[in-house]
Design a protein around this ligand. Structure first.
Ligand code: HEM
Ligand code: HEM
Length: 362
């Protein structure tokens, strides 16, 4: 086992580290391959040679899954490459925004667009609850969606109670996904109604075109690591406004419209409608929307923690603009609730609940 570990590792490293030097030596002394030149051959040249000297070992084996050691090596190289690339981007951005005309641009567009007159200050408790239910549900929605995507032989099926001859039979995971979706939609509709009823919409809906140059400005400030001042209690920066807007008013409706199209709720016989909106479109869009949500959540949560965690968590989880640990504690408690639901959501518990709404079987 040991040589098999060492050899592909050497191959993986050689073409990167030694290929240029080999190219250089080949240019100067083409007819005289030195001893060092042997192992420095690129992988595609080595493989047949090695196969010839050891015919019992198929060539393809050498490119099999990475061993743990190789994973560590590849990860270290990958991380260093990312840090290197990020450093270059940060330095280039700093140089760019240091130019005179960019200084003028940043002075005119500081990254935040003024709120309309009479906009509310601060985040009310209802918004924190809405946000919590949204996080709770979307974590389970993403998980159950991925389970639907990957399951080969579902543990159980669910059939609507009113169904005759087993029509509308779906896997238990898909039943769970869709049940969560209904709760998520109800939560989302209440959220949007309250946003508009309380004026909170002004914080997450752009109200002037200046939001675009301001978002560019905020983006450049993030890239330069000289981050826009956090003022989330009063006003989000313009990049936040655009992102929250897109999440609430574009991504969520897209998930719903494409999801409903694939679900049993959609009329099967509406020929004209189904020609205008084929189910393949829905399927093609639904999954990338999930990827958007995952990317949003990763960046969103990272920024919440990197731009004044205690204060930000107090805003959303304790409805206060303070530096104490209350919001953080509530946040941790909310994670415990989500983890408990994650662990509990297995067929033994889901089947009896699904059984209330239909027939569960195999
Ligand atoms: C554990 C995960 C999460 C944490 C810790 C978190 C935290 C926060 C915080 C602290 C804010 C306020 C930002 C500020 O005061 O500057 C916020 C706002 C927001 N978050 Fe999250 N969030 C999480 C997950 C999510 C998810 C999954 C979504 C949507 C899919 C989401 C959507 C939003 C939106 C739309 C806002 C703006 C709300 C408004 O002001 O109306 N968040 N989040
Ligand atoms: C009202 C909202 C939603 C409805 C009605 C809905 C409905 C559905 C349905 C019917 C399927 C099964 C598709 C099939 O036939 O294979 C599905 C799959 C899936 N859903 Fe949803 N969904 C909704 C929201 C979401 C959200 C918000 C996410 C993630 C953020 C999500 C993630 C997924 C994933 C990852 C799959 C598997 C996709 C695949 O097989 O390519 N869904 N959804």
């Amino acid at each position: 086992m040991a040589p098999a570990v060492a050899e592909p590792l050497a191959e993986a490293v050689v073409p990167h580290s030694a290929a240029p030097s080999r190219a250089a030596s080949a240019a100067t002394e083409p007819a005289e391959p030195t001893e060092r030149a042997e192992p420095a051959e690129p992988a595609e040249h080595i493989a047949p040679a090695a196969a010839a000297s050891a015919p019992s070992r198929p060539v393809t084996k050498r490119y099999g899954p990475l061993t743990p050691k190789q994973w560590v090596g590849a990860s270290v190289v990958g991380i260093l490459a990312i840090i290197g690339a990020a450093t270059i981007v940060v330095q280039l951005t700093r140089w760019f925004i240091g130019l005179d005309f960019m200084q003028d641009f940043l002075a005119s567009y500081p990254g935040e667009t003024p709120l309309p007159e009479g906009a509310p200050v601060g985040l009310p408790a209802w918004l924190g609850w809405q946000h919590f239910f949204n996080v709770f549900l979307i974590v389970l929605i993403i998980r159950s969606g991925l389970q639907v995507r990957t399951e080969k032989r579902p543990a159980a099926y669910w059939t609507p109670r009113w169904s005759k001859s087993g029509q509308g039979k779906i896997s238990l995971n898909l039943w769970f996904h869709q049940s969560l979706d209904i709760l998520w939609l109800v939560n989302g509709i209440i959220f949007v109604v309250l946003l508009f009823a309380t004026g909170q919409w002004m914080r997450v809906v752009p109200t002037s075109w200046a939001v675009i140059p301001n978002a560019v400005s905020a983006g450049l400030q993030y890239l330069s690591l000289d981050w826009p001042l956090e003022n989330g209690w009063v006003n989000y920066n313009s990049l936040q406004v655009l992102t929250y807007f897109a999440t609430i008013f574009i991504a969520a409706p897209l998930a719903a419209l494409t999801g409903v199209r694939m679900s049993g709720l959609w009329p099967k016989n509406a020929t004209a409608l189904n020609r205008i909106y084929p189910v393949e479109w829905a399927r093609a869009v639904h999954f990338p929307v999930m990827l958007y949500f995952v990317a949003f959540i990763v960046v969103h949560v990272a920024l919440v923690f990197l731009t004044g965690a205690l204060r930000n968590l107090n805003h959303m989880y304790a409805a206060q603009d303070a530096e104490d640990w209350l919001g953080f504690s509530i946040f941790v408690a909310s994670l415990v609730v989500i983890a408990a639901a994650w662990i509990a959501a297995r067929p033994t518990l889901l089947a009896p609940i699904a059984g209330v709404f239909g027939k569960v079987g195999r």
